[in-house]
Design a binder for this molecule. Structure first.
Ligand SMILES: NC(=O)c1ccc[n+]([C@@H]2O[C@H](COP(=O)([O-])OP(=O)(O)OC[C@H]3O[C@@H](n4cnc5c(N)ncnc54)[C@H](OP(=O)(O)O)[C@@H]3O)[C@@H](O)[C@H]2O)c1
Length: 270
């Protein structure tokens, strides 16, 4: 496991990589913890590797995201929360399902680190989100709804109109629509249903699972895929790097060749 120490100077360097003003192999010298921060975040910050879609979920030791009563506010510890905000600051857009938008009323802005807030995107096929939801607030950050119904939205909210196929949007069509809107690097922030849809469609470059030392006992499970395998040998066993954040541990799972390439500093790529 690599320990991660996000000092101001390594974070500034990561934001410079994101802005195309620095590269992942330069700068330093870095401490071991700063090197861990570069290894964890540079694959997301780099723009030379093309579009990237990364999902992240924070869960308890027993794989849950909330209590049965619906308390989901602090499954992740303070370092897990800060990690999520850093991930937001490194991408063009952050995507959630309508279940999360209605349950958590998130703003999806960057508040626990420096950096720009990404565009906020809600997948809401039936048009269930109220126009005054926090995520749609007119605050200078882009807001977008992906919907199937023809429902008018406030002028500052962008609408991506897609057709349902067997009751679902094809995640590849979602990504194409977002790329046409200029959003190439994306964080799929949850919940589990939304992440599973992107995972099952083979659209994720990486899946990050942040585990917090907490046992909830009963409550919704983080991730349930829509596939079944009888044998463990046939299940997904991704190439995984493990990072210690402090209060939480992140399993960073590479799902494609591109994920592997992103973990190699540019100067060592042949
Ligand atoms: N711990 C964490 O990291 C984390 C992060 C986020 C959320 N959460 C928790 O997760 C829970 C909510 O998660 P959830 O899994 O129940 O719901 P969700 O993933 O937030 O939303 C699922 C809904 O979004 C729509 N949707 C998503 N993908 C779609 C697609 N490809 N095509 C069409 N519709 C799509 C559907 O809406 P319709 O039902 O309208 O068809 C679907 O039922 C909350 O308790 C929240 O607190 C935890």
């Amino acid at each position: 496991m690599q320990n991660v120490d996000v000092t101001d100077r390594v974070w500034d360097h990561l934001l410079a990589i994101r802005a195309g003003k620095a590269c992942a192999c330069c700068g330093g010298p870095w401490s071991t913890g700063e090197r861990g921060a570069l290894d964890l975040y540079a694959p997301l910050a780099r723009r030379d590797l093309g579009p990237a879609v990364v999902a992240q979920i924070g869960q308890s030791l027993d794989g849950r995201v909330a209590t049965l009563a619906g308390d989901a506010s602090d499954v992740s510890g303070p370092d897990g929360h800060a990690h999520l905000h850093r991930m937001r600051a490194l991408v063009d857009g952050v995507v959630i399902g309508i279940g999360t938008a209605l349950h958590d009323l998130p703003r999806l802005t960057v508040r626990l680190c420096s950096g720009q807030s990404p565009a906020r995107i809600v997948i809401d096929p039936k048009g269930r989100l109220a126009d005054d939801a926090p995520i749609l607030r007119e605050d200078g950050t882009r807001s977008m709804i992906i919907q199937a119904v023809k429902q008018p939205r406030p002028a500052h909210v962008e609408v991506l109109q897609l057709q349902l196929i067997d009751g679902k949007f094809d995640p590849r069509e979602i990504l194409q629509g977002l790329r046409e809107a200029g959003l190439n690097s994306l964080l799929i922030e949850g919940g589990g249903i939304t992440i599973a849809n992107f995972l099952d469609a083979d659209t994720l470059v990486r899946l990050q699972v942040a585990v917090s030392p907490l046992v909830i006992g009963s409550g919704p499970i983080a991730l349930t895929r829509n596939v079944q395998h009888a044998r463990l040998a046939d299940c997904l066993r991704p190439d995984t790097r493990v990072f210690g954040l402090g209060t939480d541990v992140v399993f960073d799972c590479g799902l494609t060749e591109a994920a592997h390439a992103a973990t190699i500093p540019p100067h060592t790529v042949t």
